[in-house]
Write a protein that binds this ligand. Structure first.
Ligand code: S3P
Length: 173
């Protein structure tokens, strides 16, 4: 189960709920990138630029075994880093966590230190990125779920159902 979507869409929060519900291991691709680089995401951007980060992101994805169950939360720009969404699909069903721009913007307030693309960017620039990425998310995803209309627990349950893993209420089977 692979979670994609813009920064602030709740990929990590929903992903950890989903992992707890399903008993499947959880991984955050940003954490894997940081671990392999030996430094935090903002430091990778500062030292290697966005291109360096994207290369690391692709490599981290490709290093994950295909065919093993995993709940994977990805970074919001992963779809930009991939030529084809096929490398995502072969690793599981892809869920786009979507939300209204204004909700995304509100959620991102105060997170500039952890998210280098936000540092120094105007709301209009971030909104432009939000809109520009939508077709990429749409092309990569098997399912789209709104995360501003339901809580993380509810979204995780919907993903369980869509994955054929019961109703997300303990009847995992
Ligand atoms: C990015 C999103 C971040 C992180 C990096 C770049 C992006 O992850 O990968 O700062 O390009 O949208 P989150 O979506 O978890 O914030």
């Amino acid at each position: 189960m692979i979670l994609i979507g813009f920064m602030g869409s709740g990929k990590s929060t929903v992903g950890s709920r989903l992992a707890a519900m399903s008993g499947i291991g959880f991984m955050d691709l940003d954490d894997l990138v940081a671990e392999e680089a030996g430094r935090a995401v903002p430091e990778i951007f500062a030292a290697e630029g966005e291109a360096g980060f994207r290369r690391r992101e692709r490599e981290a994805l490709e290093s994950l075994p295909v065919g093993e169950p995993l709940v994977l939360a990805t970074g919001g720009g992963l779809v930009d880093a991939l030529d084809e969404p096929v490398s995502l699909r072969e690793r599981g069903r892809v869920f786009w966590l979507d939300l209204a721009w204004h909700t995304a913007w509100l959620r991102l307030q105060g997170t500039e230190d952890a998210r280098p693309l936000l540092a120094g960017a105007s709301p209009a620039q971030v909104q432009e990125l939000f809109l520009r990425r939508r077709p990429g998310y749409a092309a990569a995803a098997d399912f789209r779920l709104r995360t501003d209309l339901a809580g993380a627990e509810q979204v995780a349950r919907m993903i369980m159902v869509a994955s054929g893993r019961g109703h997300g209420e303990g009847d995992v089977g």
